[in-house]
Design a protein around this ligand. Sequence first.
Ligand code: FES
Ligand SMILES: [Fe+2]
Length: 426
Amino acid sequence: MDVFSFYQFDIVGHLISLIGIVVIVIACYFLFKPLNRIRDLCDVGYEEQLRLDKYGQSRRQLANEVRRRKKVGEIPPVYPNGWFVLCESDDIKDGQVRAVDALGEHFVVFRTEKGVASVLDAYCPHLGAHLGIGSRVVGDCIECPFHGWKFRGEDGQCMAIPYSAGKIPQSAKAKSWPCDELNGFILVWYHAEQEEPNWKAPLIPEIAAKKWTYGGRSEYRVNAHIQEIPENGSDIAHLDCLHGPSMLYGSDLKATLNGKRDNRIAPFLKHHWSVIWARDPEEKHVAVSKLHHEIRVFGRLSFISVEVEAKQIGPGLVYLTFTSPLFGRCILFESVTPVEPMVQRVLHRLYAPLMMKGPFGNLIVWGEAIMFERDIVIWNNKTFINKPILVSEDRAINLFRRWFQQFYSENSPLFNFQGKNEIVNW
Ligand code: FES
Ligand SMILES: [Fe+2]
């Protein structure tokens, strides 16, 4: 080998090593970066309509059309009483402000300069400016952008009117909403009778002690009544049918069905579930689904088994604790917040010990997301049946519906409370 070819060989070798390192770094970045999966109303559940469409409609046009034509059914009141997530803690830094519309209300959520989260009515009681748009935080107050009135986060009391020498009227007060911050969420208490909170969402000690930290999230908007989403936990019969086919099929139901029927793609992996749903005997606002989940190879050999405890806490929160001999314990929070009578914002947020983060954590968030998206396909297209025909194996659904009644009260708003039956276009 002459000197020239030796150097050429050396350069090629270095180049290959460099490319290898770059590929490994990129792969690690994607494997270890917490997953963040966001899907809007039109993103999930309209594959079949899209395949059949002959008019060249966009996914958004088509989804909106389906949504407008959908028969809503005889639904219960649209905003139940309880704690609801308005945003995630890391959405708002100290001194920052955010406008959030939910539960038929307009909220302004902000953090005082000392970091305390507060929730007030968004419309300024002076002349109606929006406190979430163009405003700023000063100390423990939010300052309205229109005339500079300052409202205290703690109780909404007006603390300063910059151009007035007189006494601040007692009535100069923005409505303050009970709020709480825990497990990475900022929550508001909604009650149609204006009752004060009669229960609290539990803080998870591992998160408070920073033993479990954030490991990924997903976010959805779903076209359904809020009750449909937690009802899923008591609907035992749908698990094998909808969630049985391997998650490798994704969330297109046509693909999962094909997989089941002719074993086309990945027939060797199948999910098996057994579930017990029960209301908590001590805390009446809590119900628990205990799930045993196995992934079986060729329908027999158990490949992975996971115990899942899904604690439904009030109408809008679920704490899913996963325990497996393979990867230990972690928690996935689910929150459901109605942003319109028939639109729910659903968040999932994983908290896990360090060892389980990265590829493991991402697999949990992704697997849960795929299964959840299969439910969304159903929810986005289904109607609500007030008096369903149930067989004895469906009895947990009845138990769930009776349990959920406690979150409605005399003045809980009905779907047509605004005097119109049509859903606003998005
Ligand atoms: S409208 Fe807010 S201070 Fe005037
Ligand atoms: Fe489901």
